[in-house]
Design a protein around this ligand. Sequence first.
Ligand code: PLP
Length: 393
Amino acid sequence: MKRIYLDYAATTPTKQEVVDAMLPYFTEHYGNPSSVHKFGRDNKVVVNNARKTIADTMNAEVEEFYFTAGGTESDNWALRGVMKANSKKGNHLITSKIEHHGILHCCNEMEKEGYKVTYLDVDSDGKINLKELEEAITDETVLISIMFANNEIGTIQDVKAIGDIAKKHNVFFHTDAVQAFGNVRIDVKEMNIDLMSISGHKIFGPKGIGGLYIRKGVPIKNFVEGGAQERKRRAGTENVPGIVGFAKAAELIYADFDNHVNHLMKLRDKLISRVENEFEYVKLNGHRTDRLPGNVNISFEFIEGEALLLSLDIAGVAGSSGSACTSGSLDPSHVLMGIGLTHEIAHGSLRLTMGDVTTEEDIDYTVDKLKEIVDRLRSMSPLFESVTKGGKA
Ligand code: PLP
């Protein structure tokens, strides 16, 4: 049976070249980079070469990039580390209502510990208001943390403008770029980014490896204590195969960046235009143009997202729902609520995200199946019938 994976925002397959690059570091080159013998010394060089490869993709200095166990750890480290190290200045941080839980849940915990957090609203496209951001800054504000691109609706923020505001007010700026890295060109210097989280498994690299860019001179406390790895800032024996794979994946994606992005944009735009032309009662969520190249998020009115997802899965297409029912909660996603959708419309949302091996045929097959499924589900909906027959919803 045909199986089409359209959930690349959740995770990506690890590229064969990446796996090939990693394998010798499990078997032949297994040295601990902290060891003084040749096995260790060689791997220390390997880790630092990988660091340089990744730092180069974002115009950072090699010593400004630190490996972590993933995007979530990087997010937590940035928030807690910067707030703790700058407690003399204040205890206020500013974020948005549509951040990933790696930021939001960390902020919720920090509030219980006495930190003050402002959660900025976003508009119906998912963008923060720069004026509101500037007005939220007080003498106590230490950090602004606004995601580069949203994982559900794909909206890309005006990151350089946020960086400029942070710089003007002498506040640090962290961005969660887990979804943007590999899909957007990022220049941390030009964009005035002080800290940035990234992750390996979103860019066709391995899971459980990520990193935090920390601009030279930004005061930050450690998050993981122990040995002297990562220049005494992030303890724990380095995940050498993961680090090698992460760097290989970053190198590959940026070496072929224009092709990668153009391919995804073409598929994304085809999917959006077919759905908008061929379906009634649909709404594209997220910004139409400032949007991740491989992200489509659409609400289908009069449909339950879970029913849509399950039917698609049976038809061989793997997507993701906009509501959080899969995680055992009946609440719709905070992102869809954040852009002002009603519960009903948020519940009928579907996220389809594409990757390098996705083809136009995959998109056509998916839309054809979607058409059958949406028609069938709506034909069973009394609400849909009453609305289309001129009744009141
Ligand atoms: N931030 C964003 C925007 C994400 O999309 C994700 C993963 O879904 C994360 C953080 C967490 O990254 P990781 O899975 O590497 O912990």
